[in-house]
Design a binder for this molecule. Structure first.
Ligand code: FMN
Length: 290
């Protein structure tokens, strides 16, 4: 038997004796011209199939790692804004100083039936069972809807609250800014403000992340004597000679719309529509364990 004959025999299905051998599909495929449309389409489809299997396997396998990293990143941000972050130290260990609780925003009381570790505020904001639609005339943060509950993070000293770390979000110019505002134990004086997610323009609205701008927040008071949130990012520079300066922070140059977004989101979340009822209770129980 010649070499060619032996090759054909191995690649073709030999049928019943005496009949013509049936060529296998793979043999047919290999024999197709590389320029043929059918072969190009088959190769492209096979490539897509292999790639999609690789991508979906990686996505499923990496999901737990992604979730863990997301949770660690959130904890790092909370520690940073509360001034508790220490480079090189375990985030999980440092986070033991922080106590998470879920608050019912309408009543201002803690929701005993929701576990902070299990409650996802962003998911709840999209669930009609767990959210409220914000009337347009009250929606100064431009978020349309919010969860009925929110997770607050507390730093305590001798059982009494030292810092309230509150999640806030609202629309800037291009994006929703997500961050944390930290209030001191009087539930009025700002200790810090930090955003961990936004898509404002770097160098303009993105300057919300600039440490020198963030340094302008500590010591500012949220509430006017009427009890209404009066915190404001002004256009330009604060006139320190005026009494309202205690509620004001310098605006971001060339980013008036992002600056206004920050004012509005803080005013919304610290008003009676947001954490207002919770903070009123906190002020009335100042120094007690809450
Ligand atoms: C490419 C581009 C990106 C901009 N990004 C922002 C931004 O992130 N935040 C913002 O408030 N304004 C941004 N602006 C400017 C706004 O369009 C608007 O002019 C500005 O907010 C007005 O504020 P000003 O009076 O301080 O200049 C951007 C403008 C351009 C052209």
């Amino acid at each position: 038997m010649s070499e060619n004959e032996s090759c054909a025999t191995s690649n073709e299905k030999t049928s019943v004796q005496g009949e013509q051998p049936v060529p296998s599909a793979s043999w047919n495929f290999l024999k197709m011209s590389n320029d043929s449309t059918a072969k190009t389409i088959i190769v492209a489809l096979l490539l897509c199939l292999v790639c999609s299997v690789i991508v979906s396997t990686a996505a499923v396998a990496l999901k737990p790692i992604q979730l863990k990293n997301k949770s660690l990143d959130k904890k790092r941000n909370i520690l940073q804004v509360a001034g508790l972050y220490q480079e090189g130290k375990s985030i999980e260990n440092l986070f033991q100083q922080v106590e998470a609780k879920v608050v019912d925003l309408a009543s201002g009381e803690y929701a005993t039936d929701l576990q902070p570790g299990m409650f996802d505020q962003r998911k709840a904001a999209k669930d009609p069972q767990q959210n409220i639609v914000i009337p347009v005339n009250q929606d100064i943060a431009h978020i349309k809807q919010r969860a009925k509950h929110a997770t607050v993070y507390l730093v305590k000293e001798h059982q009494a609250i030292k810092y309230f770390i509150l999640p806030v979000h609202g629309y800037g110019l291009w994006s929703t800014l997500y961050g944390f505002v930290v209030l001191e134990k009087d539930a009025n004086t700002i200790y810090g403000l930090q955003f961990y997610e936004h898509a404002e323009t770097p160098g303009l609205g993105g300057e919300v992340d600039n440490p020198s701008w963030r340094a302008k927040w500590p010591g500012k008071l949220v509430y006017a004597s009427s009890g209404i949130p009066n915190i404001e990012v002004v256009r330009g520079t604060v006139d320190r000679s005026r009494p309202e300066a205690i509620h004001q922070v310098d605006g971001l140059a060339g980013a008036t719309l992002t600056s206004r977004g920050v004012s509005d989101l803080l005013r919304y979340w610290l008003s009676d529509q947001g954490f207002g009822p919770y903070l009123k209770i906190a002020r009335s129980r100042l120094g007690e364990s809450l």
